[in-house]
Structures are given as structure tokens and as C-alpha cells.
Write a protein of this length. Structure first.
Length: 161
């Protein structure tokens, strides 16, 4: 089995430290593979290695012009982008969101991942008791190269709720 694929499987199981070791080994074995570096970047961010994550994203971007660096914003700015995206939704989508509590979290927790949520999920919805939509800031940023792209992606996540 390919090391990148194996690291991704371990990552999706919520075994973040094992995934980190395997992703690092994949990068050592295939230093010109941008997908290995992108996976290492995402796993590193999950275990709190922000600088290592940023470095791995830079390496991946240097190897693949089609995947630019993630666009990062402050938590406050992300909340503003959610408000802007919410206001830009269709009236129908806005009505659906009225009944849903929207909250922001950096990424899915390890417990959520171990319960089956993709660690790279853009959002998660819980309907037990109060209906809650959790929007994962870092995962949105990881897929956005600009503020405009980030706002658009947030809008899509909210519209799907």
C-alpha cells in the first residue's frame, strides 16, 4: 500500500500522531510528491504543529502550481465572513438557517473524527436537541487561496445546511 494512502487512512481513523509519522515517512520517501506534503500539512495542523504545517503547505505549493497556499484569517475575520456569506444567501437558505445554531471551531476534534467525521470536513451538523452546524475554519482556509474564495466556500457550506 502507498504510504500517502496509508497515512490518509490513519488520519481518517483519528490516529493523528500515527498519521503524522506515516505522512512524514511518505514525504521522506517521495519528497517531490505534493499530495504527500499537503497531507503532512493537514495532519501537522491537527496535532498543533502550525509552523510545520505552514512549511509543508509551502513545499506542496512549490511542487504543484494548481494548489496555492491556504488563505488564513483571524477568528474574528472568519466570523465576519460567515455573517457576510449568511447575508448573501437566498431567502430560502436564510430561512433554513434561522432554525440552526451556527458555531465555528478550528477543526473537527479527534473524537469527532473517530466517530466517523472526515478530518478535512468543512462542516458538521448535530441534530440532537438543538440543531447545530459547526463550521471548521482551518479546513475552509486550507481550500481557499484568497478571501474571496474563502467567503464563497463559507457560503456554499451554509447553503448546504
Amino acid at each position: 500500500m502507498d504510504l500517502v494512502q496509508r497515512a490518509r487512512e490513519i488520519y481518517c481513523e483519528g490516529r493523528m500522531h500515527d498519521a503524522l509519522e506515516t505522512a512524514q515517512a511518505a514525504c521522506d520517501r517521495a519528497p517531490k510528491d505534493p499530495e504527500a506534503w499537503r497531507l503532512l500539512a493537514r495532519v501537522s495542523r491537527h496535532v498543533g504543529l502550525t509552523a510545520a504545517s505552514d512549511d509543508a503547505f509551502r513545499r506542496a505549493a512549490a511542487l504543484s502550481s494548481g494548489r496555492p497556499l491556504p488563505f488564513r484569517v483571524s477568528q474574528d475575520r472568519f466570523q465576519e465572513l460567515i455573517r457576510e456569506a449568511r447575508e448573501a444567501l437566498s431567502p430560502e437558505a436564510q430561512r433554513r438557517l434561522e432554525r440552526i445554531s451556527v458555531r465555528v471551531q478550528p477543526m473537527p476534534t479527534v473524537e469527532e473524527v473517530r466517530s466517523g467525521l472526515d478530518p478535512d470536513a468543512l462542516s458538521g451538523r448535530r441534530r440532537q436537541g438543538q440543531d447545530v452546524l459547526t463550521v471548521y475554519q482551518v479546513n475552509h482556509e486550507n481550500r481557499s487561496a484568497s478571501e474571496r474564495a474563502l467567503r464563497t466556500l463559507i457560503g456554499r457550506s451554509l447553503a448546504r445546511a
